[in-house]
Design a protein around this ligand. Structure first.
Ligand code: HEM
Length: 282
């Protein structure tokens, strides 16, 4: 099985269909075949147009899917200011409301948009089971606590994933989404300076890679400067993210901790990363 297939099966199954069942009814790819037969085509063409204008949109939509799923609340409305890519989802939603009013859920839109983005970035394709219903109420602040922070420890991140029914293999596979997209200097600065009070980069960093990053992510200032999460192939959905981790060139702390050489975790974590990398057919 190819890396891509493994990643999509492991990674996206829990995100997109979650046991294939929602609110007592089953999800299936043909859900809109009668009620909105052009739905998938409409999503696809708007995503393609957006990605053609700006490749990073594929990554932004993928990240929105992750956050939408963790929060379990509709991605429209009050969150629209908090992440990139909403405007694309808004555009899709408007087009679908015109085509078939009150039919296609936001949760299905973001899931389809993620699949299409992944494909456009050179990743795998898969059939998306459809028929999710949007949640009507949830606590934004409460559910935000589910979202892992880049400086969380491995154990905290894993606990957050476990809380959503995901295990260590899911965590590693899903983190592979950092094969595309960017992060701001503020998201990883603390790794570059003063980890142990000496002002040097975190010892889990490849030191020459860290030195390069420091030139555009200074100790202060440059907060919004952007860096590729996967510097080898930043817009391509491939396995170089995992290879980077193996050579200590993960950008975020939350990436590199997947490989921390802690005696107790070493087998569990490294096996999960290596399994993802070694299923590659380059
Ligand atoms: C394991 C815990 C995770 C942490 C701590 C984390 C954290 C982050 C952070 C800090 C950024 C950069 C934000 C910025 O600086 O503006 C980012 C970007 C991104 N994340 Fe994650 N993430 C995690 C897991 C995931 C998962 C599971 C996915 C998808 C399934 C994902 C997809 C992405 C993508 C595609 C981007 C780039 C977005 C863009 O360029 O617009 N992340 N993540």
């Amino acid at each position: 099985m190819s890396f891509f297939l493994v990643l999509s099966l492991i990674a996206f199954a829990p995100l997109c269909c979650f046991s294939g069942k929602t609110h007592g009814s089953y999800l299936y790819p043909q859900f809109y075949d009668h009620s909105c037969p052009n739905a998938q085509q409409i999503v696809k063409s708007i995503v393609a147009e957006a990605v053609a204008k700006e490749a990073r949109i594929a990554a932004s939509l993928l990240r929105l899917h992750f956050h939408d799923w963790l929060r379990r609340i509709p991605i429209v409305g009050q969150q629209r200011n908090s992440a990139r890519g909403f405007e694309v989802l808004d555009k899709i939603k408007s087009a679908l409301e015109k085509e078939c009013p009150l039919t296609v859920s936001c949760a299905d839109i973001v899931t389809l948009a993620t699949r299409d983005s992944t494909v456009l970035a050179g990743g795998p394709s898969w059939e998306v089971p459809l028929g999710r219903r949007d949640s009507r109420g949830a606590s934004l602040s409460g559910s935000n606590n589910n979202i892992p922070a880049p400086n969380n420890t491995f154990q905290t991140i894993l606990t957050k994933f476990n809380g959503q029914g995901l295990n260590v293999v899911d965590l590693v596979a899903l983190s592979g989404s950092h094969t595309i997209g960017n992060a701001r200097c503020t998201s990883f600065r603390q790794r570059l300076y003063n980890q142990s009070g000496n002002g040097l980069p975190d010892s889990t960093f490849d030191q020459s890679y860290a030195a390069q990053l420091r030139t555009r992510c200074p100790r202060s200032g440059g907060d919004q400067n952007l860096f590729f999460l996967d510097f080898v192939s930043p817009t391509k959905f491939d396995n170089s993210y995992f290879k980077n981790l193996l050579s200590s060139k993960g950008l975020l702390s939350s990436d590199q901790v997947l490989l921390t050489k802690n005696e107790e975790d070493i087998f569990r974590k490294q096996r999960a990363v290596l399994r993802a990398v070694c299923t590659v057919h380059d």
